[in-house]
Design a protein around this ligand. Structure first.
Ligand SMILES: [Zn+2]
Length: 192
């Protein structure tokens, strides 16, 4: 999500916080490379949390169409970057989403868009997965939704808690995907 207009009072508050962090760790704020760092970091933080101000269900509703198609619609390999709420460190990877329409479909670009909105909030992977599933369920009332998220967590890798490159996989589903046969079909289609 690209921000073109920043809230100047928030930038100012965050700049002060970042300056405090840099001072606390013993940095010299007059070093050339650090002169604009507080402002850059402040803007990054606002960008990474910009999803709070957008309603994903409204986004889906804005591009909902009546359509008779009732076979699964699968969108796989949607890239995302988010911040874990425990450490404010990145976790990132791919989201795979399928839904079975029940009279309504949604403009396809809106599915990656809600991933973008929900990932630009402080998250845990489990809740992120569930929220994507619930938004689609609520907005489209489909026969079923399934969401699988595969991610790497910097808070585990950089802190040495987990082996490099380990992937965490979470899933959530509703409706027709309660059938294990449907879920197997989903996994087959995403190549798992
Ligand atoms: Zn974490």
């Amino acid at each position: 999500m690209i921000i073109t207009q920043y809230d100047e009072s928030k930038v100012k508050d965050l700049k002060e916080c970042v300056t405090q962090v840099l001072t606390t760790v013993g940095e010299d704020l007059n070093r050339e490379g650090l002169i604009n760092t507080p402002e850059r970091v402040a803007k990054c933080i606002l960008q990474f949390t910009s999803g709070y101000s957008v309603d994903p269900i409204a986004v889906l509703n804005s591009a909902k169409f009546k359509e008779d198609y009732s076979k699964p619609v699968l969108i796989k390999d949607i890239e995302f970057y988010s911040l874990c709420e425990h450490h404010m460190l990145p976790f990132f990877g791919k989201v795979h989403i399928a839904y079975i329409p029940d009279g309504s479909i949604v403009g396809l670009s809106k599915i990656p868009r809600i991933v973008d909105i929900l990932s630009h909030r402080l998250q845990v992977q489990e809740r992120f997965t569930r929220e994507i599933c619930q938004c689609i369920q609520q907005a489209l009332q489909p026969k079923g939704v399934m969401v699988v998220v595969e991610a790497q967590h910097m808070c585990m890798q950089m802190r040495g808690v987990e082996k490099q490159g380990a992937t965490t996989v979470t899933s959530d589903y509703s409706g027709d995907f309660s059938s294990s046969q449907m879920r197997e079909e989903f996994y087959k289609q995403i190549g798992k």
